[in-house]
Design a protein around this ligand. Structure first.
Ligand code: FES
Ligand SMILES: [Fe+2]
Length: 509
């Protein structure tokens, strides 16, 4: 096991605390809190990402014992509405039993085990097993056993549905399969303090997709738990994101990343930083700020790549050479520039922004503040620039990822049934309902299978292009892991992953 020495090394470039100090609006104590993860183990055994044994350990020791979000209250608005929540090989039913009351049960008939529901259903009055017709009231009490005379030992005491611990946070229903679980509130700690302006109770589900991916659920979620991958996976972000200057903190069962927006990546070398690129267009023309090569869309699947020394070739959107000069073209930029374009999102001229960081940040934040004024009223005048424009990304152990107040993104990652090498990436957009108005009805779910593209879900807009870049790597990670003994994480830049594994090890130990 590798132990880091001090854990205090940080990237060159801007310091997030300095950006907060130069914010044009008041910043909160929560933003200023410094809670870095201490130096500690930075490696984990590669087999945790593919072995069946580890998958089964997770089922027994994690999923059967941990608090987990099952659904949103709005998914089951009326008494009798039921939601089937599946995790790994397990299945549970969540049912609304009163205006403010929810219950959860294992989704298994107590006769011979048939799932009571194979999909979510609305307006149930009872749970009746389709096999031999045993029935339970919504409160779990036994209602009817056909030929009850033949089951003399079966009664209300012995065969009511076991009611599982249920908790609520931010409009979501959480369940815990463990009857002896600690209360949800103590598990969450002060998570709510991270959302001082737009608590999740005020938000509604404006989009909801699930994408099936060819990798372990931890591989997928960890691809979203650090800004470290931006340098190679999202090169278009480098001119406006201090990726390596992200601030990471850990608090009990959750962790936080705050990335400085409208600054420049410390990876961008001085020559390019001093020569802002005026030809940039959101999707069709980009410069790779590390190599200096320009990527220009000719048509779908065709990109002209021109190196700073003048060599030029045409590549497809998977970075395969088509004609002209041969060199290494970047697959993530070829995909970005030459791949499908999102419907309804403008391909705009987006020249590099020059000037002082604080000024740029205040200008960008002012625009967001005005957009948010319609929804939040004048409360927005008490919101910092950082909260409005920086990617602020929380992760609640084991698999829930709500972003900060002014970012609608909300992820969940789950193993896909019993296959440790497949998972489900869930994306919800949680938007604030306009002040004083009830939450609109939740969006319908779009399911994307292995071969579907995130762009098949137009409701997530240009984020689909970003997810395509992220998930390009994942099957190759899953494959490569089997040739490794262990993987290693950056002490600071991969804080959130280290924190996750520290907790995971504790749960499965
Ligand atoms: S398995 Fe459910 S009633 Fe027989
Ligand atoms: Fe990413």
């Amino acid at each position: 096991m590798v132990e880091t020495v001090t854990g205090t090394a940080r990237s060159a470039g801007v310091d997030y605390a300095d950006l907060l100090a130069s914010d044009s609006h008041p910043v909160t104590d929560v933003q200023k809190t410094d809670s870095p993860m201490p130096a500690g183990p930075t490696v984990v055994d590669a087999s945790v990402y593919y072995s069946r044994e580890f998958h089964e350990l997770e089922v027994e020791r994690l999923w059967k014992r941990v608090w987990q979000m099952a659904c949103h209250e709005d998914d089951i608005p009326e008494v009798g509405d039921s939601f089937v929540y599946d995790i790994a090989s397990l299945s549970f039913i969540v049912v609304r039993t009163g205006e403010e009351e929810f219950r959860a049960y294992p989704n298994a008939c107590l006769h011979r085990g048939r799932a009571l529901l194979h999909e979510s259903e609305q307006g149930l009055r009872e749970f009746r097993c389709p096999f031999h017709g045993w029935a339970w009231h919504l409160d779990g009490s036994l209602k009817e056993v056909p030929c009850h005379w033949d089951f003399p030992t079966v009664n209300q005491e012995t065969h009511s549905l076991p009611s599982l611990p249920v908790g609520r946070w931010g409009g979501f229903v959480f369940i815990n399969p463990d009857q002896n679980a600690e209360p949800l509130d103590s598990f969450l700690g002060d998570l709510s303090s991270q959302f001082p302006h737009v608590p999740f109770e005020r938000r509604y589900k404006a989009a909801h997709i699930i994408k099936r991916l060819n990798c372990n659920w931890k591989v997928a979620q960890e691809a979203f738990m650090e800004a470290y991958h931006c340098v190679a996976t999202h090169p278009t972000l480098l001119p406006t994101l201090g990726d390596a200057n992200t601030k990471y903190d850990v608090f009990g069962n959750y962790s936080r990343a705050m990335s400085p927006s409208m600054t420049i990546s410390p990876h961008v070398n001085d020559h390019y930083a001093a020569n802002p690129y005026t030809d940039r267009r959101t999707f069709s023309k980009q410069r790779h700020e590390l190599s200096g090569a320009t990527y220009e869309r000719l048509e779908e699947g065709r990109v002209r790549v021109t190196m700073p020394d003048g060599r030029s070739g045409i590549y497809d959107d998977h970075a395969h050479h088509v004609e002209g000069d041969k060199f290494h073209a970047d697959i993530h930029l070829c995909d970005w520039v030459g791949g499908r374009l999102p419907d309804g999102v403008e391909d705009e001229a987006t020249p590099d922004v020059v000037g002082e960081f604080a000024e740029k940040r205040a200008t960008a934040a002012a625009a967001v503040r005005e957009q948010m004024r319609e929804i939040l009223g004048d409360d927005v005048d008490g919101v910092s620039d950082a909260e409005l424009i920086d990617p602020i990304y929380l992760s609640l152990f084991p698999n829930l990822h709500p972003w900060g107040d002014f970012n609608p993104i909300f992820y969940r990652f789950r193993p896909d049934g019993d296959n440790p090498e497949q998972c489900l990436h869930e994306v919800m957009f949680m938007l604030p309902a306009p002040k004083g108005q009830p939450r609109p009805a939740p969006a319908k779910l779009t399911f994307l299978d292995l071969d579907d593209d995130y762009l098949d879900a137009p409701e997530i807009g240009s984020l689909a292009k970003v997810f395509n870049q992220d998930t390009l790597n994942l099957p190759f990670v899953q494959k490569g892991l089997k040739q490794l003994q262990e993987v290693i994480f950056g002490n600071y830049g991969e804080t959130k992953i280290r924190h996750f594994h520290e907790l995971l090890q504790r749960w499965v130990a």
